[in-house]
Design a protein around this ligand. Structure first.
Ligand code: M6R
Length: 615
């Protein structure tokens, strides 16, 4: 989704903005732009393509000077990706410049009204409507920028994070948010604005996170002024100290963020259970769950709502919760749940899972569940994110920043956290004995070392990728706990290599997908010894009879599948419910290497955004 950056201070804004936009590239985008004010003149540079192209264009035009500026990476919603539709957008008189992340839903009616009043539009965007609406209010009401922005936003329906500059008040920027993320970095006589803290972490670790429905004025030599957009009530800005380090958001010697994040999994999983897992005592400590134990264990049912990879982790969670807790669980796509008038109310628990904590559909599912009286618990990675703030209680995965668009460590840490929660609740509900819990806590504690063992198969996995990177179709099969892993493996491959991939429960293959199988088709099968092993072996026989290529993920020492498969990847023996954490690692590496061999941009796949902040 779009990324925004703003700067006001003593540095060359060009450098801050270009580097900041590069930090936000992971969000996914198709064009970029920036505006600079050098104390006298405004320059605007925009281009379809990458931030690198923007930098070159601005440098060639010598449009690189000024201590104030705004920048943008655009993920097209209204209008194709081209130079004209790129942000910043200027108002008709060229007095105002604005960057925007979000969607103005009532832009068409606002545009018609503005057109009737003589405004003209050069782009197809909703953003150009907003900047002209602000200008129209300024002129009609004879008000300054902040008031005009506030009045305009009160007419707007939709989601936004915006930054606005007015050449007639060139000592300030006005920013506001509703449904799209926004952070203000507070430095020494300088301010930063960005979609997240990564663009300014190199300069300051003090940040203000605006709440939905708030706006702020940042002005030279003045304190940040925060107000409610609706009521105009002033709010005390709350400055937080960021824990993020520059190192965490850099590639650290890896070629891609995705590979770095795959390799970070042993540590990320350990960080998820650090301080929570007391394996010697067979105990789990989780304040967010402890405070609501009864709500959980007396729940009529648990609904898990999420999107994409987080939804796959939710499916694994369903198996874990039902096995250990004996509470019915349903897993819902947040985007479906929010619009289908679901039966949910007091006595139900909704667990929302989201790496970014900003996914618009998951956020809307939470709001809906809350409005109907359900208890809502959040599992997020990004600290202080919208979902973390919107839920009644929650727990962080502590996986560290995930920047590659393809989710990797988020998935395995979400499963780790779901396991911790299930064990904690099983203890309280006594649905598992103390010795069973102790056994499982020990098994969980051993996971990081086993993940490390799987990572050491990197060269073997790369060689398998070499054999299949030209495939155009592929099938992923798994059963039980590993059915969601089949879905996740297929999602990883399709999103970064653009190979068509289907994930299926292995037994469902006979109900349709088997028709796709021929000698060209690689079939990735998860066939670990525990859980439906014999059944999966039968499925492998069926695939073999149709001459497809079989790549099997098996338990170390497996002979039976090895005799049937073209390639085997061996994972260490592990408790069945924890197998997804291990079996997913080879599928991540396979997708990564196949995509690299096809020349794809793995960290920024086409059309995709890291956090989907529009529905
Ligand atoms: O931040 P979230 O976990 O809410 O994101 C959900 C999906 O957008 C995300 O998992 C997406 O499917 C990834 N690109 C998958 O790799």
């Amino acid at each position: 989704m779009c990324g925004i950056v703003g700067y006001l201070g003593h540095r060359e804004a060009f450098d801050v903005i270009v580097k900041g936009l590069q930090r936000l590239e992971y969000r996914g985008y198709d064009s970029a732009g920036l505006m600079l004010f050098d104390g006298d003149q405004v320059t605007v540079s925009k281009t379809k393509g990458k931030v690198f192209d923007l930098k070159e264009r601005a440098e060639n035009a010598n449009a690189i000077h000024g201590n104030l500026g705004i920048g943008h990476t655009r993920w097209a919603t209204h209008g194709v990706p081209n130079d004209v539709n790129s942000h910043p957008h200027l108002s008709n008189s060229k007095r105002l410049a604005l960057v925007h992340n979000g969607i103005i839903e009532n832009y068409q009616s606002l545009k018609t009204t503005l057109e009737q009043r003589g405004y003209t539009f050069s782009s197809d965007t909703d953003t150009e409507v907003l900047v002209n609406l602000i200008e129209e209010i300024q002129q009609k009401e004879q008000v300054k920028l902040a008031k005009a922005v506030r009045l305009a936003l009160n007419q707007v329906v939709g989601a936004y994070a915006i930054v606005v500059f007015d050449i007639e008040q060139p000592d300030r920027l006005v920013t506001a948010r509703m449904g799209s993320p926004l952070a203000i970095g507070v430095g020494e006589k300088e301010y930063f604005i960005a979609s997240d803290a990564s663009p300014f972490i190199a300069y300051t670790s003090n940040a203000i996170y605006l709440e939905d429905g708030e706006m702020a004025v940042i002005a030279r030599d003045q304190e940040v002024e925060v107000r409610k957009i609706k009521s105009n009530k002033e709010v005390d800005p709350f400055i937080v100290e960021l824990e993020l380090s520059l190192e965490e958001i850099e590639k650290g010697g890896y070629d891609h963020f995705m590979l770095k994040e795959i390799y970070e999994q042993p540590k990320a999983i350990q960080d998820t259970f650090r301080g929570r897992l007391l394996s010697d005592q067979g105990l789990i400590k989780m304040a967010g769950v402890e405070q609501h134990l009864n709500t959980f264990i007396e729940a009529k049912r648990i609904i898990i709502a999420a999107c994409g990879t987080s939804w796959h982790a939710g499916l694994v969670g369903e198996y874990i919760f039902e096995t250990y807790l004996r509470i019915p669980v349903e897993v819902e796509y947040a985007s479906e749940f929010r619009y289908r008038d679901p039966v949910i109310g007091p006595g139900d628990v909704l667990i929302a899972i989201s790496q970014s904590g900003e996914t618009a559909d998951t956020l809307a599912a939470i709001k809906l569940a809350k409005s109907k009286g359900a208890f809502v618990f959040g599992i997020c990675n990004v600290v202080g994110s919208s979902i973390a703030r919107e839920t009644h209680a929650g727990a962080y995965t502590h996986a560290g920043p995930e920047i590659g668009v393809a989710s990797t460590k988020a998935f395995t840490t979400q499963i780790t956290l779901l396991t911790l929660i299930a064990l904690k609740l099983s203890q309280a509900k006594e649905s598992l004995s103390h010795s069973e819990i102790k056994h499982l806590t020990k098994a969980l504690e051993a996971v990081p070392a086993k993940v490390q063992e799987v990572l050491e198969l990197d060269a073997h996995i790369k060689a398998i990728a070499e054999a299949y990177f030209r495939a155009e179709n592929s099938l992923y099969l798994g059963r039980g706990y590993n059915f969601p892993v089949a879905l996740e493996g297929a999602l990883k491959l399709k999103e970064i290599s653009y190979i068509h991939a289907e994930g299926y429960p292995a037994a469902e293959m006979k109900h349709g997908p088997i028709a796709l199988i021929d000698e060209q088709m690689p079939v990735f099968v998860i066939a670990t010894r525990k859980g439906h092993y014999e059944k999966v072996v039968s499925n492998i026989q069926e695939i073999k009879s149709r001459k497809a290529k079989i790549i099997a993920i098996v338990t170390k020492g497996d002979q039976e599948v090895a005799a049937l498969a073209d390639h085997c990847i061996e994972i260490p023996e592990i408790e069945e419910s924890l197998t997804p954490i291990l079996t997913t690692i080879p599928l991540q590496l396979l997708a990564y290497y196949i995509a690299i061999m096809r020349g794809c941009n793995v960290d920024q796949p086409r059309n995709l955004a890291k956090s989907v902040t529009v529905e």
